[in-house]
Unconditional design. Sequence first.
Length: 132
Amino acid sequence: MAEVKKIMFTVRKAPHGSIYVYEGLEVKLIMAAYDADISVVFMDDGVFALQKGQNTKALGIKGFEATYGALVDYEISKIYVDRESLLSRGMTEADLLVIGEDEESEEPLHPQVVDADFIANLMAQQHNILCF
């Protein structure tokens, strides 16, 4: 039996102003269809992608924050946020959007805020790391 590939996506860019974050979201959903063990880490300006209450009307673009709920639907539940990136941008865990709902308890799911050591250990376990 083939080993399940572990693939980590790092999201380091701000969500608007380039296509990196949106395209990365699409790639994550495609990769999930191949039964890979997917984890996603939001760091640096990428933490802004998970900020709730984004209003993109003034930018003249459609926001895609609601699409993050699809990650859980595609069984991507290992979603992490770098604590230092969050704090250095003046954000707290309360600023992060709900990324889905627990199937059993129906409780809202939030990304897990973790430290740099956790991220480094997780990176060491991956077969591939893709940066967006």
